[in-house]
Design a protein around this ligand. Structure first.
Ligand SMILES: [Zn+2]
Ligand SMILES: [Zn+2]
Length: 106
């Protein structure tokens, strides 16, 4: 299976399964970080994902997963953190918005 280039893109998912042992049924719930890129089946335990490179869910940049990022379902880079969220606009949209704004003001 062809593997993608560059770092994985981790997302926190919950594994939930049960095992039967004799008369008792044991239920296990566990969080792992799965790579969400196409054709990639890579995943890591939460403890292992810290310090790994990942792709930011907001800006797509490569960043190193910090312990606080590992608490998120969709880990993001420090610059996409609280209060500093980048708005990703398609290229050239800034100019369009400015023009619309100017026309609206006339
Ligand atoms: Zn991957
Ligand atoms: Zn980011």
């Amino acid at each position: 299976m062809a593997k993608h280039k560059g770092p994985h893109k981790y997302k926190r998912v919950r594994l939930d399964w049960g095992t039967r042992e004799g008369n008792s049924f044991k239920r296990t719930k566990k969080f792992v970080f799965r790579c969400m890129l196409v054709n990639c089946t890579h995943f890591l335990r939460k403890e292992m994902v810290i310090g790994q490179q990942s792709l930011c869910w907001y800006c797509g940049d490569i960043f190193t997963v910090s312990p606080s990022a590992a608490r998120l379902q969709k880990p993001h880079c420090p610059s996409c953190g609280k209060g500093n969220k980048q708005v990703v606009t398609p290229q050239g949209m800034d100019a369009v918005m400015q023009q619309l704004h100017r026309e609206g003001g006339q």
